[in-house]
Design a protein around this ligand. Structure first.
Ligand code: ADP
Length: 309
């Protein structure tokens, strides 16, 4: 039934099963030129006291198909990575080259509206103001896009970073926004050390806290709580707010570039902040997640490797 039963080691398995009564799984694989040549799956079990049953299954074709699929997935992933890199450098050059002409449009529109204010009909003056304001919005958008595509271009420096210090620095940066929004930020307990790039981590914090300060109902000043906890070699940094919250169906979408849930009139922004957060966290080998209750607030959580110092 099975030629070479001794050479392929199956005979020994049969003897062992015969003695112990314990069933065994004994797959047999043979490769040729790094490819599967044959693959059989064998199950050996004892039936009663004096019978042995060997179930022999030739799975060569199935395993060959799987091997081929894996090869194709790897190939496609490599292609996608190249396409992604090309797209990022395209975004970088476009946003970089758009800055100069935009500066000229904005600058000259401003000169006309200031220097020739008296000579222009009031309506024309208003139109020039629109041009200046639209130009300013576009500048912010281009700057954000440049920042986003620059991420990961420079070398990363992963080291032990103090969350306490990084949070302090981020809160310093956002000091005027905290005041403007009449916000209250509390840091709970002692924050841990993480394996991170200090510049990227700072950007993550500034973006998350800035959002927490922005997305609140006008009548309810923001209250933000920052804390960290350790688990299985990782640190979870959480930023909790009491803002407007986010519907579960948007959890994924808001991390994509230019995705916003509000108009600029309701809440200003460009829709790049969370895309930057995700990219920074990805580059540091971490994860970012979100839990939220619409109308009550959101909790953003960043998982990074704990630093042993
Ligand atoms: P921006 O803030 O410039 O719009 P982000 O990428 O930072 O861009 O955020 C995307 C969208 O996610 C925001 O427009 C907002 O609708 C939603 N969002 C982000 N953070 C919060 C938060 N803390 N609470 C409620 N909504 C939020």
């Amino acid at each position: 039934v099975f030629p070479g039963v001794i050479e392929i080691g199956l005979y020994d398995i049969i003897v062992q099963v015969c003695k112990s009564g314990l069933s065994q799984h004994h797959p047999l694989k043979k490769y040729k030129d790094n490819r599967i040549a044959f693959w059989t799956d064998n199950y050996v079990y004892r039936h009663g006291m004096d019978e042995i049953v060997v179930v022999f299954e030739d799975v060569t074709q199935r395993e060959k198909t799987l091997e081929e699929l894996e090869r194709r997935v790897k190939e496609r992933t490599a292609e996608l990575e190249t396409a992604n890199k090309e797209l990022e450098s395209f975004a970088y050059s476009v946003s970089h080259d758009l800055r100069a002409p935009l500066r000229a449009i904005k600058g000259f529109a401003q000169i006309i509206s200031e220097r020739y204010a008296g000579a222009l009909p009031p309506e024309a003056g208003r139109y020039f103001d629109f041009i200046v304001r639209a130009g300013e919005n576009m500048s912010i958008l281009i700057q954000d896009l440049l920042d986003y595509s620059r991420l990961g271009r420079g070398a990363l420096k992963i080291e032990a970073v103090s969350l306490a210090q990084t949070v302090d620095k981020a809160l310093d940066t956002l000091g005027s926004k905290v005041k403007e929004e009449r916000g209250k930020v509390t840091v709970e307990g002692t924050l841990h050390f993480v394996e991170a790039d200090v510049t990227l981590l700072n950007r993550v914090l500034v973006n998350l806290v800035e959002n927490a300060l922005t997305y609140h109902p006008p009548e309810r000043p923001p209250e933000i709580n920052i804390s960290s906890r350790r688990e299985d070699g990782y640190v979870y940094l959480t930023i909790k707010d009491n803002g407007i919250g986010i519907d579960r169906k948007f959890y994924k979408r808001i991390f994509e570039i230019f995705q916003r849930l509000h108009s600029a009139e309701d809440y200003p922004g460009t829709g790049i902040g969370l895309a930057i957060v995700r990219k920074c966290v990805d580059l540091m080998g971490g994860e970012v997640s979100l839990k939220s209750t619409p109308g009550e607030g959101s909790v953003f959580s960043v998982k990074l490797k704990e630093a042993l110092n």
